[in-house]
Design a protein around this ligand. Structure first.
Ligand SMILES: Nc1ncnc2c1ncn2[C@@H]1O[C@H](COP(=O)(O)OP(=O)(O)OP(=O)(O)O)[C@@H](O)[C@H]1O
Ligand SMILES: [Mg+2]
Length: 238
């Protein structure tokens, strides 16, 4: 039997550990209520739940952008309450994120948006452009490389945001309704892109309320329900 002390020590196979985590936004009925959740390193999970369930909020906590009111949040083996803002920012470099509202930079082209994270990392121009073009081609936007976000449709902007999130090959990829604005065949292609990243060892969390999409893949579902997260296993190994 596991003793109490062992249970509280960080487990390095777990990329994320949440223990008795509570978040209320000042409401009497908390959104998350003493919720426990672990996300294993190298796993692929769908995060499910109806509109307003807390999917985006949970992703923001995983991105270390929203702290819980109470409880423990450990990421990459570190308790985030022990970290300074700078340390948190460093940790965030290992995380790729596709926001529900994309958050592209309007006065940069698609190509510049996608290659920006590489610029921050100091990768030289030619290599940046090559890698960004390759990803734009993958998401079906090669001919839009020179377009600015306001000139693109919602689904096109979403695909630029996805290319930008995966370009640095993050250890943890968080995608918030990444297929919400695209056709079914494009949605499948985008999940295949995440699968490529997953095969190279990344941990992937995809929030969606699309059950058909989740059903098309063998990955587990994390379901937000009554302030807790329930894990529904689709297979033994993942
Ligand atoms: N910063 C905030 N301040 C107050 N309430 C918030 C805040 N952020 C989210 N909420 C509330 O938390 C609840 C969950 O919101 P969230 O955006 O996480 O839901 P969601 O599951 O992503 O929904 P959707 O499927 O519509 O994107 C909502 O009731 C929302 O109003
Ligand atoms: Mg949301």
């Amino acid at each position: 039997m596991m003793n109490k002390k062992a249970a509280l020590a960080p487990n390095l196979n777990n990329l994320i550990e949440m223990e008795k985590l509570t978040l209320s936004f000042g409401q009497s009925h908390p959104l998350f209520d003493e919720m426990n959740l672990t996300i294993k390193e190298g796993s692929f999970q769908f995060l499910m739940g109806p509109s307003g369930a807390g999917k985006s909020t949970l992703l923001k906590m995983l991105y270390l952008d929203q702290l819980p009111d109470k409880g423990t949040l450990r990421a990459f083996g570190l308790n985030i309450r022990d970290l300074s803002m700078d340390q948190r920012a460093l940790l965030r470099r290992k995380i790729g994120v596709v926001f529900q509202d994309f958050r592209l930079i309007d006065n940069l082209t698609a190509l510049e948006n996608v290659s920006l994270p590489l610029k921050v990392q100091g990768v030289h121009n030619k290599q940046r452009q090559e890698e960004a073009m390759e990803l734009l081609e993958w998401v079906g936007l090669k001919d839009k490389f020179n377009a600015y976000p306001p000139e693109m449709s919602g689904g096109q902007q979403q695909r630029v945001a996805i290319a930008r999130a995966v370009i640095v090959r993050p250890k943890l990829l968080l995608a918030d309704e990444p297929t919400g604005n695209v056709d079914d065949d494009v949605a499948m292609r985008l999940i295949y892109l995440f699968e490529q990243l997953h095969k190279s060892g990344a941990t992937i969390v995809v929030a969606t309320h699309n059950h058909a999409l989740s059903a098309a893949f063998p990955y587990d579902e994390m379901m937000i329900q009554d302030g807790k997260v329930k894990v529904l296993k689709k297979s033994e190994e993942n």
